[in-house]
Design a binder for this molecule. Sequence first.
Ligand SMILES: Nc1ncnc2c1ncn2[C@@H]1O[C@H](COP(=O)(O)OP(=O)(O)OP(=O)(O)O)[C@@H](O)[C@H]1O
Length: 625
Amino acid sequence: MRDRLRGLGERARGSSRLAVLRLLPDAGRGSVAGLAAAIVISGLAPAAAVLVSGRLATELVAAARGGLGSPAGHRAVLAAVELAALFLAGQLGSRLSAALATSLGARVDGSLQRRAIRAVNGPSGVAHLDDPSVRDLLSRVAGVGAGGYTPGGAVAGLATRAGQSLTSGVGIVVVGFFHWWLAVALLAVNVWWGRESRRGYLAQTQVVARQTALMRRAGYLRDLVLTPGPAKEVRLFGLTGWLGDRFRAEWDSAMEKVWAARHGRRRAFAAALGGVVAVNFAAYALLAGAALRHAIGLGALVVFLRAVTLAASLNARGQQDFQIEYGLSGLPAVTAVERAARAAVAREKAVPEPVDGDRAGEGPPAGDGLELVLRGVRFGYPGADRPVLDGLDLTVPAGRSLAIVGVNGAGKTTLIKLLCRFYDPDAGTITAGGIDLRALDPYRWQRGIAAVFQDFARYELPARDNIGFGALRLAGDGAAIEDAAARAGILDALRALPRGWDSPLARHFDGGGELSGGQWQRVALARALLAVDAGARLLILDEPTANLDIRAEAAFYDQFLDITRAVTTILISHRFATVRRADLICVLDGGQVAELGSHADLLGRGGRYAEMFAAQSAQSAPAAS
Ligand SMILES: Nc1ncnc2c1ncn2[C@@H]1O[C@H](COP(=O)(O)OP(=O)(O)OP(=O)(O)O)[C@@H](O)[C@H]1O
């Protein structure tokens, strides 16, 4: 079993090498050709220098007798010049090889990162991002556990290795002219030691890959004390020591297994190293013996001595093997992320027959607003034992506003995630304008939604982009962005930033500005308003005014009807002052619609809505009085 695993590991390593080499032409054919030439020059120049140095030694002995002016002296000078030229060529070759391999490696890393980004964003849904194994893979793509070594770094290591192998190969061939069996022995021990060195690092990288979850958690604990987000609580609650200790314990526990993997191979490694030492010692002893017996001349002695040294140069490989094996270990993670993303896309496409199959891939039907109809919708998160929504029926009339209320965890946000097609229902249907969402092109559907999520994004990018992201086609339209900002009540604050619209919304960037929680929420609102201006026909507002002060909230709802005109709007809020403005209100409970009607209807019914409204009014009344 162990051997089988080792065999699999060896094959995986081999295929990773081929896979990374296959990426090179796309990174730049000219650079690859240049790199190949540089490797040959850097590999052969030292080998050629060995042969020339033998000639130089011989000619120098002769020149010692005849002087530099003698023919032997001329040949010695010529050999010295050749040596200098070869030295220069070797140096230039290895520098060029390092520069080209580094830049090709950077391009390979860039293209792998782009592949991972494309894969992660391939599915229209987000279920794959909830999957811990996908998150583990993503952290391996980012180099977690690989000591910062990347597949691109492995390219640099492989280039150096190729040059050294060439040098070493020529050294072994030259030794073959002394004793063929000595060359065979040198080759054998080099291969043996090389395999052991690689296997050792490969075993480590395999253990590292299995420790990703632990390392990811350890990394999270470390980031809690390194990043500004949690800094306030970390200080206030005095968590630094506790988090630091937990980080060290978890990191050490992951690394102990890695170190154990390394120690597990130390006997095999020592045996191979012993073989290398013994054969090299034998080679030097044989050469010394031949020289003492005058069986070889000075020139040949110099050549063979240097050839043995060259043959062994491949053995200076520890750091490179580390760089190569750790670097390559990120490559299978990229392909595994792509596989997981393809499976997620296939699952999205594998939903039952669309109601209107021949419209698949289209956008939603044209017209003002969209009627949304949910029938018998059931949905539970992967791995959960109970569904969040269970047989939910609801109709949101086109161009009208619907508010959803319900206790924490009732499933309000989940419902809008289904409307956005971040997830598909396990059963039942959702239609927009009469067409099943699954029959629509998910990307076009999502582009037609404007949303302020409860956990909206705070982009640490210029203020202009923070609003422009609502509709990329309007992102360059300063007037449209200013208008959206004005309606969201954030125009003056953004204009007052150190660099105005160009200011990144983060103090830790040069010229950046910091916004308050409420100001951030206004930016998110402006973003959604821009999306509506650009033609979004479904507006989703999940607690859109939770961070606004009373005046700002009132100002927002004064223009609520104007904002939501001709757009189907879904509003989630725990604040009844907000909710009562909607045309329709639905109370979500037990995964179903418990009550549905206008504010006045529901109050008149005296049910759960009336109860919740009364409770909230009673709480605010003393404050108001
Ligand atoms: N990505 C997820 N994976 C697994 N369970 C989830 C996920 N998101 C939410 N849940 C669970 O689904 C249930 C409904 O959550 P949801 O966010 O829809 O509630 P909500 O009504 O919006 O609550 P709140 O009023 O607190 O915002 C909760 O029990 C929550 O733990």
